[in-house]
Design a protein around this ligand. Structure first.
Ligand code: SF4
Length: 406
């Protein structure tokens, strides 16, 4: 069993805060889909008899592909990584694509992006970020607030019962009042899942440059903390379970795909920039280079020419074609990931499992390092688990780094 992630590296335009790998070049879409399907087939040969327990089509903007292209990708996954009847299939969409599709349907155009997409997926994730029109324009998002609300309503009218939205807090110009209004609207929509992230200034993005030039400032830390507190309170009041630092869901609607990343299950990522993990000690990733990706995978390589079995400890090993690099993780790295991923979730770190996997000395180490944080109320040890308390969620990086080994 594995989680399957497919990266669709196309966007109609670029938002100023985003450092995800994507391009506005529309020309390469067909060639890209062919290359992607070849990579999926090739990986299935290397890991035969693997079934998909989750499928996540993300990006970029998956809703920028045509229904035919998306259907081709999904049917290739289904053929080579057969899903289960209850496999979670998520597609990310941008609100403006849904709006256009609705217009499209009203004009009775049969080949409707919207219809095809929702019928293939059982979970849709909408990148909304904020409902404030002025901030949306500043971020160069293509939709306004009304379009975002309409998009959610359209999906619900179409019978989608598992809708997630993304929001960002700490945005330039976003006061506490604006954030509270974002939360008002979000929780009035009847969604099942909310992911909310603090804005980060990623190097190389236009937003990062603006900060370097002194044209925008990062949100004050006290305001960010207050916004996160408000988010947790409002989510709880709306019946959402805070199951991971940045994720909230109605009971039973937790993202199974993301949960498998945090619980160390194997996953295969397809497309430039995508990462994979064999569930044991090997990780590999594709270089974020669309041209090279299409050049290599477009030729349908046979099994054996590129083998993601990991390198030695002198650093990552890259394939001779330079499209994929892999690395074997040391036990210390695996321990660090186990602790970090466990602490991100509301279940926390399973101490029995930690001892079984990494030995008694690591268990003693984590308990020793955790003791001061337990004493000051940042960590809680109960029922064989170590969890972050709510007051520590905003400073989780400090606590996590204390529990790790160098
Ligand atoms: S935020 Fe989404 S739509 Fe905007 S540039 Fe990034 S991937 Fe594309």
């Amino acid at each position: 069993m594995a989680g399957i992630y497919v990266h669709i590296p196309f966007c109609r335009s670029r938002c100023i805060y985003c450092d995800f790998f994507s391009t506005t070049d529309e020309e390469k879409r067909d060639a890209y889909v062919s290359a992607l399907c070849n990579e999926i087939r090739f990986t299935a040969q290397t890991y035969p008899h693997t079934r998909a327990h989750t499928i996540y089509i993300g990006g970029g903007t998956p809703s920028q592909l045509s229904p035919t292209q998306l259907a081709r990708i999904l049917s290739t996954i289904e053929e080579h990584f057969p899903p289960f009847p209850d496999t979670e299939i998520t597609i990310e969409m941008n609100p403006d694509d849904i709006e256009e599709d609705v217009k499209c349907r009203m004009e009775d155009v049969k080949c409707s992006m919207f219809n095809v997409q929702w019928s293939m997926a059982n979970r849709l994730s909408l990148g909304i970020q904020t409902f404030d029109d002025q901030i949306l324009r500043f971020l160069r998002r293509r939709n306004d607030s009304a379009t975002a609300v309409k998009a959610v309503r359209s999906l619900q009218d179409a019978g989608i019962k598992n809708i997630s939205i993304d929001l960002i807090y700490g945005l330039p110009g976003q006061t506490m009042e604006v954030w509270q209004r974002d939360l008002d609207i979000a929780f009035s929509l009847g969604i099942q899942h909310l992911s909310a992230y603090a804005l980060s200034f990623e190097e190389g993005t236009p937003l990062w440059q603006m900060r370097e030039q002194g044209r925008v400032a990062e949100a004050d830390e006290a305001l960010s903390v207050a916004m996160y507190e408000a988010l947790c309170d409002r989510a709880e009041a709306a019946g959402f379970r805070h199951y991971e630092i940045s994720n909230f869901a109605l009971p039973g609607f937790e993202s199974r795909h993301n949960s498998s990343y945090w619980s160390g299950k194997p996953y295969f990522g397809f497309g430039p920039g995508a990462h994979s993990y064999d569930g044991d000690r090997t990780r590999w990733s594709n270089r974020p280079d669309l041209g090279e990706y299409i050049k290599f995978w477009g030729k349908s390589p046979s099994a054996g020419v590129l083998h993601p079995t990991g390198g030695d400890r002198e650093g990552p090993q890259c394939s001779m074609f330079n499209v994929q690099c892999s690395i074997n993780l040391t036990l210390s790295e695996l321990y660090n990931e186990f602790v970090m991923c466990g602490l991100r979730t509301c279940e926390g770190v399973d101490l029995n499992e930690l001892e079984a996997r990494f030995g008694q000395s690591r268990l003693e180490y984590i308990l020793r390092m955790a003791a001061p944080h337990i004493a000051d109320g940042r960590l809680l040890q109960s029922e064989g688990r170590l969890r972050l308390t709510r007051q520590a969620l905003m400073v989780s990086d400090d606590v996590m780094s204390d529990l790790m080994v160098i």
